[in-house]
Each structure stands twice: as structure tokens, then as C-alpha cells.
Design a protein around this ligand. Structure first.
Ligand SMILES: Cc1cc2nc3c(=O)[nH]c(=O)nc-3n(C[C@H](O)[C@H](O)[C@H](O)COP(=O)(O)OP(=O)(O)OC[C@H]3O[C@@H](n4cnc5c(N)ncnc54)[C@H](O)[C@@H]3O)c2cc1C
Length: 398
């Protein structure tokens, strides 16, 4: 059996696991990164058709570790956000109160993953084991031991980044609070005729939110955008099955006023929707980061940004432990991480769940409350700016 020692074991190389592995290596720590999927030509990373709305707060974390410039090459700026209730009737306009500043950036997930995997494969501090099946894990007072076939890996801390169906969470029987929505989301990336002018749109329909996000121009003639449409699961399944022409005509009907004629579809995929949060984000020598700790409705495009705040907080605690000469797997790290991260995640879990509920209601009272709320937020700059700062991950600004 081959034995390997490392500072950290990271399980899962999604958008969170890849970043945390890269950041830790930049700080001179050693990492074994384990992924269950095979990294090949048609690899799992490139199959992700989603885009991510990167907030200002996450951009600052990426800048701190010197990777923003590269991500920014493929990023489209969001200069304004227009939110509509039902059919373009009640509306709120959001823009950044700071001069010449933007609200965020849209980047394709596959581009972020490709960039990081390339860097990680060349990195001597990271041992990236893909196509891996975890056989056993044992936790003792002194270390974590993880067994793959023919290999044993020893480390101080196990960082679970294995997504919302976390194997590590199930293996260690960590309790989970979960809310399954009867909704699914379809993501459709498409070419269209009218410029998006760097505006993101969110249209709250009674069946679920429809978001339209500006993508970087990849065609000389046409503009591109990414649609995230949440709706009843059966409807999304049907949308996924119908032919391209029919899908375009349905999307044209909804989006023509903002995108002009839709020309063709670049890629699409569907996602089941649920909200969940672990009862705790850590246990002995284990921390849960990103979707393995919490997964929220994509209504506000905040799941990954929330995960990046976990990453930032965990790295700061590890650095503090290092400076105090403490074990990276000690309670100082695991308990402080849980304390620092639980409230933020729980609040967003509740806010996104309630938003989805309120916008799904169509009775007279709910419609009136929404109408008043929209008018207040649109006209009151102070409230409007507070929401903008919250969404950008900038806290305590106003
Ligand atoms: C439709 C949609 C749109 C979204 N848009 C946005 C947005 O605009 N902005 C935003 O901030 N967030 C957004 N999100 C949320 C965001 O995509 C997720 O929060 C984020 O991708 C979570 O990343 P992760 O690395 O934690 O998990 P995942 O991406 O799920 O990665 C988990 C990884 O672990 C691996 N794995 C699983 N089990 C094992 C195992 N046993 N052993 C080894 N490896 C394993 C998986 O193969 C995978 O590679 C959106 C979500 C959806 C569904």
C-alpha cells in the first residue's frame, strides 16, 4: 500500500474544492485533492453549462490569491440589474452607488474549472487524484486517514467539498435539514440579436424566477446570455425534451422585449432544486465547505459566493492556527470555522427560501405587498443601496 502524508485532504473538485486547493498551495501547504469523476477529454468540469455571478466580495478573494486577472479575461460585467414582478409591471432598478463600479461579473463555470485544473495539474504542492473511490476513513486524536484502493493518505484536516449529496456528510452521519422544492431549473445559454448592455434581469413569475444573465460576446454577429428558469419539475422536463426550434419560440415569447430575437442555443442542462443546511459545519478533524455544508435556491445567484466566504474564513483560521503553532485539525480550527460561518449560511438559506415562497404567491394581499415593496425599494436609494451591498458581499458599508 502506498502511503502519503499531507497537510490537508480535500474531497471534491467542484468550484469550491478547486479554489481552496489552489489557495492552500499558494500559502505553501500540501494538499491531496480527491475527485470521484475521471478527468478526461469530455471531462466532468467542461460539462457544467452554468454561469456564475461573481460578487465584488468573491472578486476580492480571487484578487488576494492572484487569480482574478485570469478569470476576468472571460468575465462579463454586470452594470445594472432590473428586477420585474410578473410581466414587466412592477420593477426595481439596481446599480452600483459607487461611480464607475459594477455590480458583479458573469463567468462560465467550465472556464473557471478549466483554468484551475490547468494550474493544479502543474502544482507540486497538490496531488490531484481523480477517478477515485473512497474505501474507508478513520479519524483519531492525531490525524485523519483516508483509504483509496492501494493507497493510504494521512493528513491533519479533512475538508469536505463534495457538494450537496456529500459522501463525507453521509459517511459520518452529520444531520441535515432539507427542503425539497417541486421545482427544477433549466439553464440555457443562447445567442440573441439585441445587446444586453451588461444588464442582468430577474423576472419573478408565479411559477418561479426567470433570470437572464449577460455573457461575454463569443460571436462576431450575435450577443450571448445565459437563462436560468426555475419552474415546476414536469414543465422543465418537457422544456428539456422539446426540439430547439420550439424551445426558442417559448423563450422568445418571454424574453423578446429584452434580448430581441433569439437566434440559436449554445448549450443547456437541467438541475433539481432543493435547499439544505447541515446541523453543524464541522466535526472532529472535518470541516464542510460550500454545497457540502449548505445549498440554497439559485433565486439570487449566491450559492457559490457563500461558499467562497467559507473558503476565505477557513483559510484565515488555518493561518491563525499556523501562527500559534496549533494543529490544523484541532478544535481551534473546526469550532471557529463552524462559529464564523453558520449564521451567514443559515440567513441566506432562509432569505432565498422565503423569497421563492413570497414570489410564488398570487393572491390579492401578496400581490399588493409585492407592489408596495417594489415601489419602496425602487424609490428609496438607501434601501436600494443596502440590498446592492448585501448582494455584492460588501457588509456594513452603509
Ligand atoms: C442552476 C444553478 C445556477 C447557479 N448560479 C449561481 C450563481 O450565479 N452564483 C452563485 O454564487 N452560485 C450559483 N449557483 C450555486 C453554485 O453553482 C454552487 O453553490 C457551487 O457550484 C457549489 O460548488 P461545490 O464545489 O461546493 O459543489 P459541487 O459543484 O457540487 O462539486 C462537488 C464535487 O465533489 C465531487 N464529489 C462528490 N462526491 C465525491 C466523492 N465521494 N469523492 C470524491 N469527489 C466527490 C463531485 O464530482 C464534484 O466535482 C447555482 C446553482 C444552480 C443549480
Amino acid at each position: 500500500m502506498i502511503e502519503k502524508k499531507s497537510d490537508f485532504i480535500i474531497v471534491g473538485s467542484g468550484l469550491i474544492g478547486l479554489f481552496i486547493a489552489y489557495f492552500l498551495s499558494k500559502l505553501d501547504f500540501t494538499v491531496v485533492l480527491i475527485e470521484k469523476n475521471k478527468l478526461s477529454q469530455s471531462n466532468y468540469a467542461l460539462k457544467d453549462v452554468r454561469t456564475t455571478a461573481i460578487s465584488e466580495g468573491s472578486k476580492q478573494i480571487l484578487s488576494k490569491f492572484g487569480i482574478w486577472t485570469e478569470i476576468n479575461k472571460q468575465a462579463e460585467k454586470i452594470k445594472s440589474i432590473k428586477v420585474f414582478d410578473r410581466k414587466y409591471v412592477n420593477k426595481i432598478d439596481f446599480s452600483n452607488p459607487r461611480k464607475n463600479s459594477v455590480l458583479g461579473y458573469i463567468v462560465q463555470n467550465k472556464y473557471i474549472k478549466k483554468t484551475l485544473i490547468k494550474k493544479i495539474k502543474k502544482n507540486k504542492k497538490i496531488d490531484f487524484i481523480h477517478n477515485a473511490k473512497i474505501k474507508d476513513i478513520s479519524i483519531s486524536d492525531s490525524c485523519v486517514e483516508l483509504y483509496l484502493s492501494g493507497r493510504k493518505i494521512k493528513a491533519s484536516l479533512l475538508i469536505a467539498c463534495d457538494g450537496k449529496k456529500s459522501f463525507i456528510r453521509e459517511y459520518f452521519k452529520m444531520q441535515l435539514f432539507q427542503k425539497k422544492y417541486k421545482q427544477k431549473a433549466i439553464v440555457v445559454n443562447l445567442f440573441h440579436c439585441v445587446d444586453h448592455y451588461n444588464t442582468a434581469y430577474e423576472i419573478f413569475l408565479n411559477t418561479g424566477p426567470l433570470a437572464c444573465l449577460p455573457m461575454k460576446k463569443i460571436d462576431k454577429k450575435y450577443f450571448s446570455s445565459s437563462i436560468v428558469w426555475s419552474h415546476k419539475a414536469d414543465f422543465i422536463k418537457t422544456l428539456d425534451k422539446i426540439n430547439e426550434k420550439f424551445l426558442i419560440s417559448i423563450l422568445n415569447e418571454k424574453l423578446n422585449p429584452i434580448l430581441g430575437k433569439i437566434k440559436s442555443i449554445i448549450s443547456k442542462n437541467t438541475f433539481p432544486l432543493s435547499a439544505q443546511i447541515n446541523s453543524n459545519f464541522s466535526s472532529k478533524r472535518i470541516v464542510y465547505v460550500g454545497d457540502s455544508a449548505h445549498s440554497i435556491h439559485p433565486i439570487a445567484g449566491q450559492g457559490w459566493n457563500l461558499g467562497m466566504r467559507d473558503v476565505d474564513s477557513l483559510i484565515n483560521i488555518i493561518l491563525k492556527a499556523n501562527s500559534l503553532g496549533l494543529d490544523y485539525g484541532s478544535e481551534f480550527v473546526t469550532d471557529n470555522y463552524n462559529k464564523q460561518r453558520y449564521f451567514d449560511a443559515y440567513s441566506l438559506y432562509q432569505v432565498t427560501d422565503k423569497l421563492n415562497y413570497i414570489f410564488g404567491k398570487d393572491d390579492f394581499l401578496s400581490s399588493k405587498i409585492r407592489q408596495l415593496g417594489f415601489s419602496l425599494i425602487d424609490k428609496n436609494k438607501k434601501i436600494n443601496n443596502k440590498i446592492v451591498n448585501y448582494a455584492m458581499g460588501i457588509r456594513n458599508v452603509l
